[in-house]
Write a protein that binds this ligand. Structure first.
Ligand code: PLP
Length: 328
């Protein structure tokens, strides 16, 4: 029986969903949403805060500040509350209302940026805001998830070894790319320890991370409008780009099977299934990582009006949703 007194120590690391019956491909989905922050970002947040404490950067008067699309913000809010730090989260208009309320309930301040930077979009505008506050007041401590090596080290130390332990014969790993912390931590680990594992990055269409053209992206978590500095593409074997309409369909198909996952999981599953269909290598062991769960997306990904306004009436074509195509 796990008994805890601080929230950040609990994290379910060993839960996988077998997607074969739903998507017709052998694919195990690692669930990262079962902790008190509700997402994979708990690990990056904990690692970055602990490193800042070790380095003497964080003190009792410090105010943590971070640009986050939401999940890192919730994780930092939780850790800040648990450890007694103040925290300001700088996010933008795409942040879910529930996520924002969760941060506020945990005692954090939330700043919403609505005006995109002409070149770097909303992300660049968020980062400019953080930089300006840090320059004006030295109590602010910016962990900078986009450049902080402890972001990817969290997954090098925890996420990837946990997968390797459960799947010693792993052939291919699908990882969504936001800051690329999860991707780079897993890619570096497997490169060093199990070099035969293929690492496939999954990104959204409209993201510039792997050199694509910038475009509209409404689902938070994956994709960037500024290339993440911690990305080293030499560790990545392949990249799949997914349209948001396909993300939505994958999310709803999972939900019809009783699994309510977050938006980025739909992107990752959709990209992984397409990649597996194009690389007909039956018998291979494939794992994908699901960064969070679906409750935070009930007003967006799972809300019919929002979907139809953004993606058109046909996005939830019921035939496609129910037509899982098991191959046996
Ligand atoms: C829901 C969700 N999916 C995916 C990611 C991407 O993870 P990473 O930043 O490690 O690339 C994030 C990051 O915030 C996220 O919140």
């Amino acid at each position: 029986m796990p008994v805890i007194s601080v929230p950040e120590v609990f994290n379910e690391e060993e839960l996988y969903v077998d997607l074969h019956s739903m998507f017709g491909h052998s694919l195990y989905l690692k669930c990262e949403g079962f902790n008190f922050a509700g997402s994979i970002k708990l690990k990056a947040a904990a690692e970055m805060v602990e490193a800042a404490e070790r380095d003497g950067v964080l003190g009792p008067d410090s105010i943590l500040i971070e640009s986050s699309s939401g999940n890192l913000g919730v994780a930092l809010s939780m850790i800040a509350a648990s450890k007694g730090y103040q925290f300001l989260c700088v996010t933008d208009s795409r942040c879910n209302l529930t996520t924002r309320r969760a941060m506020e309930a945990l005692g954090s301040r939330v700043q919403i940026i609505n005006e995109p930077d002409a070149k770097g979009g909303l992300l660049a505008a968020r980062i400019d805001y953080v930089r300006a506050l840090c320059a004006a007041d030295d109590r602010y401590v910016w962990l900078n998830q986009y450049a902080n090596p402890h972001n990817w080290k969290a997954h090098y130390r925890r996420t990837a070894p946990a997968i390797a332990q459960q799947f010693p014969d792993l052939d291919v790993l699908f990882v969504g790319a936001g800051t690329t912390g999860t991707l780079m931590g897993c890619a570096r680990f497997f490169h060093e320890w199990h070099s035969s594992v293929r690492i496939v990055a999954v990104d959204s269409v409209g993201s510039v991370t792997f050199g694509g053209a910038p475009g509209r992206r409404m689902i938070p978590g994956l994709g960037t409008s500024v290339r993440p500095p911690i990305l080293d593409e030499s560790y990545v074997d392949d990249v799949v780009n997914v349209e948001e309409a396909d993300t939505i369909r994958a999310c709803h198909r999972l939900a019809r099977g009783g699994f309510l996952f977050g938006g980025s999981t739909g992107t990752i599953v959709s990209g992984a299934v397409r990649w597996l269909a194009q690389h007909d290598e039956s018998g291979q062991t494939a794992v994908a990582i699901a960064p969070d769960l679906g409750e935070r997306y009930l007003d967006t990904v799972y809300q019919t009006n929002w979907l139809q306004d953004l993606y058109g009436e046909e996005v939830l074509n019921s035939a496609e949703l129910t037509a899982a195509s098991p191959t046996g």
